[in-house]
Structure formats: C-alpha cells, structure tokens
Design a protein around this ligand. Structure first.
Ligand code: HEC
Ligand code: HEC
Ligand code: HEC
Ligand code: HEC
Ligand code: HEC
Length: 177
C-alpha cells in the first residue's frame, strides 16, 4: 500500500518535471527559430516593413526593385527612391532618421541577404518575369511579411519541377554555369 502511494507521488513529480522541460524546449524553439524551414532572416540595419509599403501603400514591387525586369538581379533599391517620400514622411521616426543619415553620408545600406543560390548556378530575374512568372511564385506573399523570409526551398528539385510545368528548358547547362 505504502509503496503504491509513493509511486503515485513520483509519477506526478516526474510528470511536472517533464512538463517543465517541454515548456523550456518550446521557449527555446520560439526564441531561436530553429524550427523554421529555411534560412534565418538576418538582422537588418534598418527595420524596413514591406507590409506598409507593398501592402498598405500598395506600391508595385518594381517601384523600388527597379532593375528586376531588366537584369539578372533584383537588387536593393537606391536610397534616392526612399528619400522621394521620406524627405517629408515620418521624419520624426528613428528608423527614418537612420535612413536619412545613410543618404546624407552617401553610404549604401548593407542589407543582409535572405535568398542565396550557390555561385555555380545561373539565374535571371529578367527571364522569369518575361516568361510571365510572378514574384509571389518564388517569394510568397511579401506584402504580408513584416520581415521578408525565404518560403521556397530554392533547391534544384524546385527549379526543375516548375520548369517541367511551364515547359521551360531542362538541360543541365540552363542553370549550371
Ligand atoms: C518601398 C520600397 C520597396 C517595395 C515597394 C518593395 N520592396 Fe522588397 N525590399 C525593399 C528593401 C529596402 C529590401 C531590403 C530589406 C529587407 O530585406 O526587408 C527589400 C528586400 C526584398 C527581398 C529580400 C531580398 C533578399 O535579400 O533575398 C525580397 C524577396 C523582396 N524585397 C521582394 C519584394 C516584392 C515581391 C515586392 C512587391 C510585393 C517588394 N519587394 C516591394 C524595398 C521594397
Ligand atoms: C511612396 C512613398 C514611400 C516610399 C518610396 C518609401 N516609403 Fe517608407 N514609408 C512611407 C509611409 C507613408 C510610411 C508610414 C509612415 C508612418 O507610419 O507614419 C513609411 C514607413 C517607413 C518605415 C517605418 C517607420 C517607423 O518606424 O514607423 C521605414 C523604416 C521606412 N518607411 C523605410 C523606407 C525605405 C528604406 C524606403 C526605400 C527602400 C522607403 N521607406 C520608401 C512611404 C514611403
Ligand atoms: C523564378 C523565381 C523568382 C521570381 C519569379 C522572382 N524571384 Fe527574386 N529571387 C529568386 C532567387 C532564386 C533569388 C536568389 C538569387 C541568387 O542568389 O542569385 C532571388 C533574389 C531576389 C532578391 C535579392 C537580390 C537579388 O537580386 O539577388 C530580391 C530583392 C528579389 N529576388 C526580388 C524579386 C522581385 C521584386 C520579384 C518580382 C518582380 C522577384 N524577385 C521574382 C527567385 C525569384
Ligand atoms: C515558378 C516557376 C519557375 C521556377 C520556380 C523557376 N523557374 Fe526558371 N524559368 C521558368 C520559366 C517559365 C522560364 C522560361 C521563361 C521564358 O519563356 O523565357 C524559365 C527560364 C529559366 C532560365 C532561362 C532559360 C533559357 O535558356 O532561356 C534559367 C537560367 C532558369 N529559368 C533558371 C532557374 C533556376 C536556377 C531556378 C531555381 C533557383 C528556376 N529557374 C526556378 C519558370 C521557373
Ligand atoms: C532549372 C535549373 C536546373 C537544372 C535544369 C539543373 N539543375 Fe542542378 N542544380 C540547380 C540548383 C539551383 C542547384 C543548387 C541547389 C541544390 O543543391 O539543390 C543544383 C545543384 C546540383 C547538384 C549538386 C551540386 C552540389 O555541389 O551541391 C548537382 C550534382 C546537379 N545540380 C546536377 C544537375 C544535372 C546533372 C543536371 C542535368 C540533368 C541539372 N543539375 C540540371 C538547378 C538546376
């Protein structure tokens, strides 16, 4: 009888300890984000919200990513485009004051890269946009992202399966330099 009671107590204590351990792991996971599927978003020098600009204001992606239809790279927007508005808008906000400092000192903002292909791969934005592929096919709903995240694998299988669907070239040399 006594032994059984003792086991119950132990069981409950073990349960509590396991529960706390689970909670600890949960908090750790949420903090580090290791459960995220793809690469982590780097810390950005300016906290730029796509939600506000592409979402609420409804600016076209090409309003800022001005090279994307004409070249391989989409590239980061020139600060002169930002200052077209921010010379006047939200000048009291710390992030805008930071932006203005970069602009006045003619320093480029070193945005952290989020999407990255290995250097042996040939990729071209221009070709895809000409072929009628939309930004969201490859980047997801950026308008709704407070912080841009990679939402597609960017692996060979992903490229090739879409090329099959669209009847786009599949020769190795298409993508391999
Ligand atoms: C007002 C200007 C502006 C508009 C409009 C805009 N962007 Fe951006 N975009 C930026 C800036 C600045 C960055 C770099 C900071 C960042 O990553 O948030 C960026 C970064 C990105 C990145 C991450 C690049 C990387 O490093 O991999 C993607 C993808 C992107 N934008 C897609 C879009 C798409 C799709 C749209 C339209 C729905 C859009 N952007 C509209 C300014 C803009
Ligand atoms: C078409 C006008 C326009 C352009 C172009 C524009 N912005 Fe903005 N931006 C706004 C407006 C409007 C807000 C919202 C201001 C507010 O909430 O008071 C805003 C908000 C912001 C904020 C948030 C400020 C805060 O802390 O609340 C940042 C950061 C920012 N913009 C950076 C940029 C950068 C970087 C670029 C260039 C890549 C850019 N903006 C281009 C109009 C623009
Ligand atoms: C077919 C898929 C695809 C489409 C469509 C696409 N992107 Fe990308 N994007 C990528 C890939 C892959 C990378 C990484 C490229 C690299 O590492 O060389 C990238 C990188 C970027 C970058 C980082 C800078 C750069 O040029 O490498 C930005 C910004 C970006 N894309 C914006 C856009 C915008 C805006 C659109 C629509 C106008 C768009 N992309 C359409 C696949 C795509
Ligand atoms: C959402 C669909 C889609 C995805 C994902 C995609 N592509 Fe494409 N790709 C296309 C289409 C459609 C074309 C043909 C465009 C045209 O008609 O010129 C194309 C064309 C190309 C071309 C030019 C081929 C040529 O010789 O004209 C290259 C290079 C390329 N893709 C590389 C890649 C790589 C590398 C990836 C993965 C990182 C990728 N693509 C992912 C749809 C896609
Ligand atoms: C539509 C674009 C595309 C085509 C076509 C393509 N690849 Fe790839 N391949 C990629 C991309 C993107 C990567 C890098 C990402 C990854 O490792 O999945 C890659 C990676 C690889 C790798 C791994 C290399 C490494 O060091 O990690 C091998 C091997 C490879 N490809 C072989 C081939 C062969 C063989 C063909 C032709 C039968 C081919 N690929 C056709 C896009 C393509």
């Amino acid at each position: 009888m006594r032994l059984k009671e003792l086991n119950w107590t132990r069981l409950i204590i073990t349960g509590i300890i396991l529960g706390l351990f689970g909670l600890f792991l949960g908090i750790l996971a949420a903090q580090t984000g290791w459960w995220q599927l793809y690469a982590q978003t780097p810390e950005q020098p300016i906290d730029f919200p796509h939600t506000k600009h592409a979402g609420q204001l409804g600016l076209a992606c090409t309003y800022c990513h001005i090279h994307v239809e004409k070249s391989r790279e989409a590239g980061a927007p020139p600060l002169s485009i930002c200052m077209g508005c921010h010379q006047k808008i939200a000048t009291d906000k710390p992030e805008i004051q930071k932006l203005t400092r970069y602009y006045n000192e003619k320093k480029p903002v070193e945005w952290g890269r989020i999407h990255n292909l290995p250097s042996f791969i040939y990729f071209s934005h221009k070709r895809h946009l000409k072929g009628g592929v939309d930004c969201s096919n490859c980047h997801g709903a950026v308008k709704q992202m407070a912080e841009v995240k990679q939402v597609r694998p960017l692996k060979m299988g992903w490229c090739v399966s879409c090329h099959r669907t669209y009847d786009a070239p599949l020769e190795c040399s298409t993508c391999h330099k």
